[in-house]
Design a protein around this ligand. Structure first.
Ligand code: ZN
Length: 295
């Protein structure tokens, strides 16, 4: 479990979790890092709240070992990216997140935990949906349940419903050192980078029917935010880092504007503006901004 959390930056976060465990917030939100690191950090948090040696968990006792493998009975994990059918076909440790599961969760929360510590409910892949299950979950989080702690895991807090975030104690893991592009996003990053240089090559992609849904648009915007973050942190754009290379043409004023535009674009996608139009408008603004900086 801890191999994913090596380094002084993680040591500081682990120490912070140890302190928090003495009076744990009901809802924690782990953002940043990689998916593996977020899960490892959430499990470390579960150890902080369950190991007999808490708040500094030993990581070798039976409780800690079961937490590390996800087999501990007082850990429940739900992933909104899994369909009910996938869940039924692979009855594993992680459940789909549906209305039925929320009902089952509510009934489980009435029982006392199996161990002497606290039950930890991990929630992943929640996204921006405001469906029945999401609303029911919000109600569950509002109800006091002293023996239960919730952990939300997300790449970036902006991807979650603001009402969820506002209830959470947010902890940001260090962003991965090396830029690795998700293979599904790479063609979009390339098209966008090309558009920023030439003013063409993106709109035929976005205008294809159903090509961009809100989730994909959110991911593309997140890629831009991260690329800009690397630039602002003074990292030089590597060869594969096409977006950061394209955005590096912006001057200081353009970069500041870009931060704002990206936030606005995330907001528009969240409020249901057609995702393809949001991306196009952003790309055009950035193209003009890159142009005028280059003159
Ligand atoms: Zn332990």
């Amino acid at each position: 479990m801890l191999s994913a959390l090596a380094g002084t930056a993680f040591d500081r976060l682990k120490a912070a979790l140890g302190r928090l465990a003495q009076q744990p917030p009901q809802v924690m939100l782990f953002e940043g890092g990689s998916e593996v690191q977020r899960l490892a950090m959430a499990r470390y948090w579960a150890s902080c709240c369950n190991c007999p040696q808490s708040p500094a968990p030993c990581l070798v006792c039976q409780t800690c070992r079961q937490i590390a493998t996800g087999e501990y009975l007082d850990i429940l994990a739900y992933d909104g990216r899994i369909s009910n059918r996938e869940d039924e076909e692979n009855p594993g440790l992680v459940r789909a997140f549906s209305m039925e599961q929320v009902r089952e969760l509510k009934s489980r929360l009435r029982d006392v935990p199996h161990g002497s510590g606290r039950r930890v409910v991990m929630l992943m892949g929640l996204g921006q949906n405001r469906d029945e299950a999401a609303n029911a979950l919000l109600k569950v989080l509002e109800e006091p349940s002293p023996s239960t702690l919730f952990c939300l895991l997300a790449p970036q807090r902006e991807q979650l419903l603001p009402t969820l975030v506002s209830r959470s104690f947010c902890l940001t893991l260090p962003w991965p050192d090396h830029h690795v592009t998700d293979p599904a996003l790479a063609p979009w990053e390339e098209s966008l980078a090309t558009f920023l240089r030439q003013g063409s090559g993106l709109l035929d992609k976005t205008s294809a029917k159903g090509a961009v849904d809100a989730t994909l648009a959110g991911q593309i915007l997140l890629s831009c935010q991260k690329a800009l973050g690397r630039l602002l942190a003074g990292e030089s754009a590597g060869e594969s880092d096409v977006l950061a290379a394209a955005l590096s043409r912006l001057d200081a004023q353009g970069r500041a504007a870009c931060v704002r535009w990206l936030d606005e674009a995330q907001e528009m996608v969240r409020y249901g503006v057609t995702p393809a139009r949001v991306l196009e408008a952003l790309a055009m603004r950035l193209f003009v901004s890159c142009r005028s900086a280059g003159q």
